[in-house]
Design a protein around this ligand. Structure first.
Ligand code: FCB
Length: 437
């Protein structure tokens, strides 16, 4: 059972989240190739060699999907616009792409759902990737163009808009660890991306404000990083990881500068004159989105970089072997308000678990427990004085889980990828019981 709705403030927003590449079907509707299509086309990058060309066929089935959001009793739907759909070559607008998002947003309003827009959730046009993508400073201007073009079409109806989803994944996971598109393992590329992704955010916020856009934020991911043992090396690895993952972005956004512990390794590779961009990056925001899933343990690593030295943890795990630790969510919400965001409203924009489907695909009681624990963790932060305004479950549907392909299932709704049949799971029913009383 999930905690009752009455445990949360009256105006608290409950929602479900998705992203374009993971559900729409990138091969349809006049979209251009994104760097995810090309990354996925490169053998060995994706666990099951799949791509997002059909995904959940949401491009055609969106009315049914929005019905599922409404029927569960959610107040809001968090979705993203695909850059490669809106601007297939990174420059020219595809009218069919904008028309799709226009209908989608109207579809939300028709169903009484608040549209929570994310401008970019990773599907960078391959044409821009070929010009260096996030390594190229020009990406900031390109991204601001994308945002203003989309805002001009649907901004009037968006309840809220985030520039980017998870800059750590856009920059570090993709250019240093090589797990996501464009699959680089290069400190220079990564450092530049770490800076340009923030520059793109600041440039876009400034441009959107000039157009009168309201309720602007950004979505960051946070992951607890603990030392695996009590050696000084492990402590240091965990601290460096925390600086790169949990502090780099929020500190820059709040005008607090990049953290020293991360600058040690990244600083020498940043673009020249980066200090002059810090004011533009620290644009005033209306809210911050917090994605939280897990914690990781670090042992004494290789020099500056903690990633090469992870240790398995003792806690219960999800299908993807992510440790389940709900109190981490409370800790981050409290820490963010205390150290960085002050009274800025926070939203939990993603939280969820992957769980293998059993013979009865609707049975996901472990997920119901996971959600209940994380809702309680959110409530604990509110009780601790943090202004948390909403909680979005990741994800509405089973979908394309990036490098993992279609194996991991995060959905409240099961998707049969052969027939595209949607089947609500117990967790969907649990939300409905909670939200509809
Ligand atoms: C987050 C991503 C989302 C999904 C979940 C499991 O990092 O924002 O697209 O992959 O993890």
């Amino acid at each position: 059972m999930l905690p009752p709705r009455s445990d949360f403030p009256d105006s608290f927003t409950f929602g479900a989240a998705t992203s374009a590449y993971q559900i729409e079907g990138s091969g349809m509707g006049g979209a251009g190739l994104s760097h995810w299509d090309t990354f996925a086309a490169t053998p060995g990058n994706i666990a099951d060699d799949s791509d997002g060309s059909r995904a959940c066929d949401h491009l055609n089935r969106w009315p049914e999907d929005l019905d599922l959001v409404r029927d569960a009793g959610f107040d809001a739907y968090r979705f993203s616009t695909s850059w490669a759909r809106v601007m297939p070559d990174g420059v020219t607008v595809n009218p069919e792409g904008l028309d799709f998002y226009d209908r989608l947003v109207d579809g939300m309003l028709d169903r009484g759902l608040k549209p929570f827009l994310t401008y970019h959730h990773w599907d960078l046009p391959a044409a821009l990737s070929a010009q260096g993508g996030w390594q190229n400073r020009d990406i900031a201007a390109r991204f601001a163009d994308l945002c203003t073009i989309i805002n001009a079409r649907i901004g009037d109806r968006a309840a809220s808009a985030a520039t980017l989803n998870e800059p750590w994944c856009i920059a570090w996971l993709s250019h240093f660890l090589g797990h996501h598109a464009p699959g680089l393992r290069d400190i220079r590329a990564a450092s530049r991306a770490m800076h340009h992704v923030l520059l793109a955010h600041g440039t876009a916020v400034r441009a959107l404000r000039a157009e009168g856009a309201r309720n602007l934020g950004i979505v960051l991911n946070f992951e607890t990083s603990h030392a695996a043992d009590d050696s000084p090396e492990a402590e240091q690895a965990a601290e460096t990881q925390d600086a790169i993952y949990n502090q780099w972005f929020i500190r820059a956004l709040m005008g607090q500068g990049y953290p020293d512990a991360a600058l040690k390794g990244i600083g020498p590779h940043l673009p020249q004159g980066w200090e002059n961009d810090m004011d533009l990056i620290a644009q005033p925001l209306d809210w911050l989105g917090v994605n939280y899933y897990t914690r990781r343990l670090y042992t004494g690593g290789h020099g500056l970089w903690p990633h090469s030295a992870e240790a398995p943890g003792p806690l219960p795990k999800t299908q993807m072997e992510w440790e389940i630790r709900p109190e981490g969510l409370t800790e981050f919400l409290i820490r963010l308000a205390r150290d960085h965001t002050g009274s800025l409203p926070l939203y939990v924009t993603e939280n969820g678990m992957s769980l293998q489907a059993g013979p009865d695909v609707t049975q996901d009681d472990r997920r119901v427990q996971f959600i209940a624990d994380h809702l309680r963790a959110t409530r604990a932060a509110i009780a601790g004085g943090v202004d948390v305004r909403g909680f979005f479950y990741w994800s509405l549907l089973d979908n394309y889980e990036w490098g993992w392909g279609y194996g991991p299932r995060f959905g409240l709704v099961h998707v049969d990828y052969e027939t595209m049949t949607r089947t609500p799971k117990s967790s969907w029913h649990a939300f409905r019981d909670m939200l509809k009383g």
